[in-house]
Design a protein around this ligand. Structure first.
Ligand code: NAP
Ligand code: HSE
Length: 430
């Protein structure tokens, strides 16, 4: 066998996998290329399920994941089942039993990361999670090591492959939302319950962890403002295109000089001149801005069997390389963010907006909309009315200058009270 990477190991490292689905299968197939790694046990839900893995030794399979975490021979456990339960207890038990952990579970890290990292400290174990943010893109390792000398104060990212795939196909091919979602599920991109993807939960979990390690303060998931893509209409995509924008689901984080963080997930009109506008299909991208590096963007496949396996395997190999070298391995990769960040509420933020209004075709309607905006301190950058429909209404598209969120919501309420329908309000990249 030709080995991809030859590392002088004292003994074979034993790895236990929990989960052999999309990610677990890719990890198993990739680990076969390393003769000093032995996958010695694999937990699945159904040991009789047919699996697309040539030569899989079925005797490795168990339907009791505690067989993996309680096995005294196993050095590293890779948790690849997702969700909170039983994943939390399995990881905790594994660490108490002396195992290091690799996980792709963004929901668990966002919701119970603090407790898990405390247990890791207490038992002197590491938890690595490169696959949990942007699939195959290396992010955590670069941020914790080579970018450690930076103060990064801004993140703007596309971190959900499923929604980016859906938005791209709707935009480029005019495909229907339902059809593309099914396709993303078949390709193994979507979560078991795709609501997590399309309503922005998955991206919120990812930006919670990413901003915590980047800003070095804990960002609480429940304080993150979140909107998904389910209300985006094909008319909005077309109108955005005509105005020089693309619509993307953006996860963003900013931290000001007083340490106050603004972290959110919502659709955004991004200028066609920006890098993120050209990140299509399942590709993810993360732009980081800080000093001294300036702005950098890391991009690559954000989901799927092998890209995700690349990150999980990288973490397993990083731990394997250190095992037996020191009692305190990978110090730079450990979690040190005990202090919670003070968070800005969305109502206090300042944004530019795209607004699509269905208005009655009456004299002075545009003037009235303009007046309502002006009364709320909102200046308009552009206002466009296209032809009148058979029902004697017209669609009016507005782009504002930077305005306060609370004022904008008030303006929307007043525009609707005046007999119009605000079909869409989407923030615009500044
Ligand atoms: P998946 O295809 O649904 O696979 C889940 C695996 O876990 C299956 O093998 C299943 O067994 C097993 N499993 C579930 N509950 C179990 C239990 N209680 N005990 C033992 N085994 C159990 O999921 P996935 O897409 O690989 O995702 C796994 C994790 O990676 C999730 O945290 C996900 O968010 C994350 N992730 C996924 C991707 C991606 O592109 N898919 C990318 C990054 C991160 P059976 O096979 O018998 O059903
Ligand atoms: N469901 C996730 C996505 C998988 O579509 O991005 C990768 O984390």
């Amino acid at each position: 066998m030709i080995l991809w990477y030859d590392f002088p190991m004292k003994k074979k490292i034993k790895v236990g996998l929990i989960g052999l689905g999309t990610v677990g299968s890719g990890v198993f197939k990739t680990l076969r290329n390393f003769d000093y790694i032995e996958v010695s046990k694999i937990a699945v839900r159904d040991i009789n399920k047919p699996r697309n893995i040539e030569g899989l030794d079925k005797s490795l399979l168990t339907d009791n994941p505690y067989d993996v975490v309680n096995d005294p021979e196993i050095d590293i456990v890779a948790e690849l089942i997702g969700g909170l339960d039983p994943a939390y207890d399995l990881i905790t038990t594994a660490m108490k039993n002396g195992k290091h952990i690799v996980t792709a579970n963004k929901e668990l890290l966002a919701k119970r990361g603090e407790e898990l990292f405390s247990t890791a400290d207490e038992y002197n174990r590491v938890i690595l999670y490169e696959a949990a943010i942007a699939g195959g893109i290396p992010l955590i390792m670069p941020i914790k090591t080579i970018l450690a000398g930076n103060k990064i104060n801004k993140i703007e990212a596309i971190v959900n492959g499923t929604t980016n795939y859906i938005l791209t196909k709707m935009d480029v091919q005019g495909a229907s939302y339902e059809d593309v979602l099914k396709e993303a599920q078949q390709l193994g991109y979507a979560e078991a319950d795709p609501t997590g993807d399309v309503e922005g939960f998955d991206a919120a979990y990812k930006i919670a962890t990413l901003s915590t390690i980047t800003f070095k303060k804990r960002i609480k998931i429940e304080k993150i403002y979140r909107e998904g893509i389910t209300k985006i209409r094909s008319q909005d995509m077309k109108a955005a295109n005509d105005l020089g924008y693309k619509i993307k689901l953006i996860a963003s984080g900013k931290i000001d000089e007083n340490g106050k963080a603004d972290v959110r997930v919502h659709p955004m009109l991004v200028s066609k001149k920006s890098t993120l506008a050209h990140i299509d299909y399942v590709t993810n991208a993360v732009s980081l801005t800080g000093h001294p590096v300036g702005s950098i963007t890391l991009s690559g496949p954000g989901a799927g069997e092998f890209p995700t396996a690349s990150s999980v395997v990288g973490d397993i190999l990083a731990i394997s390389a250190e095992l037996g070298t020191s009692d305190y391995i990978l110090p730079m990769m450990r979690c040190r963010h005990a202090e919670n960040a003070d968070m800005t509420d969305i109502s206090e933020t300042e944004n530019k907006y795209y607004m699509s209004i269905n208005a009655k075709n009456a004299m002075g309607v545009i003037g009235k909309i303009g007046n309502i905006c002006a009364d709320n301190n909102i200046s308009l950058a552009s206002i466009v009315q296209k032809c009148v429909s058979d029902d004697n209404t017209a669609d009016i598209t507005v782009i504002t200058e930077i305005a306060n969120e609370k004022a904008m919501q008030n303006a929307v309420k007043l525009i609707e009270q005046d007999g119009n329908k605000v079909n869409s309000l989407i923030r615009v990249q500044v």
